[in-house]
Each structure stands twice: as C-alpha cells, then as structure tokens.
Design a protein. Structure first.
Length: 305
C-alpha cells in the first residue's frame, strides 16, 4: 500500500495521486516492489532487508541515494502473552525524496516530534527518534509487567507466571540487540553527516539521538539483569512454596495417624482394658486427643510447626 505525503509549513500532509516528496510503502506487493526497483533504482536485497524483521540496522550508499535500515518495536498485542517484537524499516533518502518501506504498521507522523520538519533528512532522523521513544515506552510497560508477575509468583505454584517472565526476558534480548544495532547506525550517520547533506540542526539532533539511544540501551540492560535475577529468585520461591505445602500435608497426615493408632488399638478383637467400662468410649477419645496434643507440643518444641 502506497501513501503519499507533502511537506508544507514544517508538517506532513497526506496527498492523493499527485507526485510527493515522501512516499510510504506498507507491505508492498510485487507490482510495487518492481516499481521501486525499476523506477527508483532501489537494490532488491536492501529492499528485502527493509521488510525482514531479523535484519540488522545499517547504512549503505548507492549512486543516487542513501539506504538506511533501522530497528523499531512493533505495537504490542494483548494476545502476545508478554512477547514484545521488533521489526525493520527502510529509509531510502534521495536529494529530493524520501521513500519509507516497512511491513504492516503505518508510521505515525503525529505529535510534537513531527511539528517542525525542516527537510526530508530531518524527517528521517525524527523517524529514528520516534523508534527510540517507542523502545522507552515499551521498557516502562515491561517494568510494570515484571512487578505484577513478581507479586503473582510469590503466592503461586504454577509455572505459567515464570514462563511469562521468561518471555519478557526473551523480548529484552531482542530489544538489546535492536537498540545496539541502531546505535551503530546512528554512529555511521554521524560520520557521514557531510555526505548526507545534514544541516547543523540535524547534526545536533543526531548527537542528541545518539545519547538517547545509549540511555535506552542502558535501561534495557538494567531491566534485563533485574529480570534474570528475579527469575532465579522466583524459581527458588516456587520450589520453597512446594516444600512448605508438602510439610503441611505431612503434618496433617501424622496428626491424623497418631489418634487413629490409639483408636485402632482399642478396637482389636481381643480382651482389652476398659472394655466393660461405662464411659470407655470417651476415655478412648480422650486418649486419642491427648496423643494428638502431645505430638503438637513435640512439633512446636522442635519448631516443625
């Protein structure tokens, strides 16, 4: 699907069929891919990389344009079971045109970040900046989800919550790899500022972007370390919860067995004391209760209860 945008007064406005300096292709079909390769001379391998979620971020220079591929987080789906995914986006920067290629979700050009766009080069940097902000937002969500799962694991014997924590850890590994890959791209952009004809304002923004991306990486690294420690600790807690449960069951079993033994002794088919006594039944029940009480005292003294 192709969407055209025109840059007017520092903002992007959607166009119809007229030629526009900003072209956004979302999951292009075969006809659109052939158009990109034949008309705009995009490299087929680079175009395929822009749609590959496993591709690393990079910067390449072609005779008439620069190809940027950066990593971005995808919108979180509720049925994802705490799995946060990443995707690739391709920015093909010409002297007078920017072509954006990505799979599925359309990029958002709303908000303050896209309110004062001076050039298509600035637009490309702002799209990368939006991806960094998106990572930070997801990291906050992951932190909140980790706290909730931590409370669940404390009182649960199920493996489900530990599996959710493992999925979050897996997501953070993907995020760390993607953010690190973007860091290499930003450094390459900084070194190629002159070749890309970046203005002084864009270069300053690129410096700020590098700092923000490094902070984002550090934050993801901290969350990943904390989550890994929590998983080990929670696994021990689950094991301890099971031990406590087994201990309680054993105590209940012994508490039933001791008075049962006393009652069984008086129910044997032989001559036993008190068998003709008028209150023999209550004497036997009293002895059973006394034996259970004696075991409770012993357990408390040995600190088993």
């Amino acid at each position: 699907m192709l969407t055209r945008y025109w840059l007017r007064d520092g903002k992007l406005t959607q166009q119809g069929e007229e030629p526009a300096p900003v072209l956004v292709y979302i999951d292009p079909d075969e006809v659109e891919r052939r158009q990109l390769v034949d008309e705009y001379k995009l490299d087929e391998h680079t175009l395929a990389s822009a749609l590959d979620p496993d591709e690393l971020a990079r910067l390449e220079f072609e005779p008439d344009h620069a190809a940027l591929i950066y990593k971005r987080p995808t919108s979180y789906q509720q049925d994802g079971r705490f799995l946060f995914r990443v995707a690739s986006t391709g920015l093909f920067l010409f002297s007078d045109r920017l072509i954006v290629v990505q799979a599925k979700e359309s990029p958002s050009f709303d908000g303050r970040l896209f309110s004062r766009i001076g050039s298509i080069q600035s637009l490309a940097l702002r799209m990368i900046s939006r991806a960094v902000s998106h990572y930070l937002e997801h990291l906050k969500v992951i932190n909140v989800a980790t706290d909730e799962l931590e409370d669940k694991v404390k009182s649960s014997l199920e493996n489900r919550y530990l599996i959710y924590m493992f999925v979050l850890q897996k997501s953070l590994v993907y995020y760390l790899s993607s953010i690190s890959s973007n860091s290499g791209l930003i450094e390459r952009l900084r070194n190629s500022a002159t070749k890309l004809s970046l203005s002084a304002e864009s270069q300053e923004m690129l410096d700020d972007l590098g700092i923000e991306n490094n902070q984002c990486y550090k934050q993801a690294e901290i969350y990943s370390s904390i989550l890994a420690s929590l998983m080990d600790a929670r696994a021990s807690i689950v094991s301890n919860n099971i031990n406590v449960l087994m201990k309680t069951l054993n105590i209940v079993t012994i508490a039933i067995m001791v008075p049962t033994f006393v009652v069984s002794a008086f129910s044997m088919n032989v001559r036993i004391p008190l068998q003709h006594h008028s209150v023999a039944f209550w004497i036997v029940m009293g002895l059973a209760a006394l034996s259970a009480g004696a075991w409770i005292v012993i357990w408390r003294r040995w600190r088993w209860l």
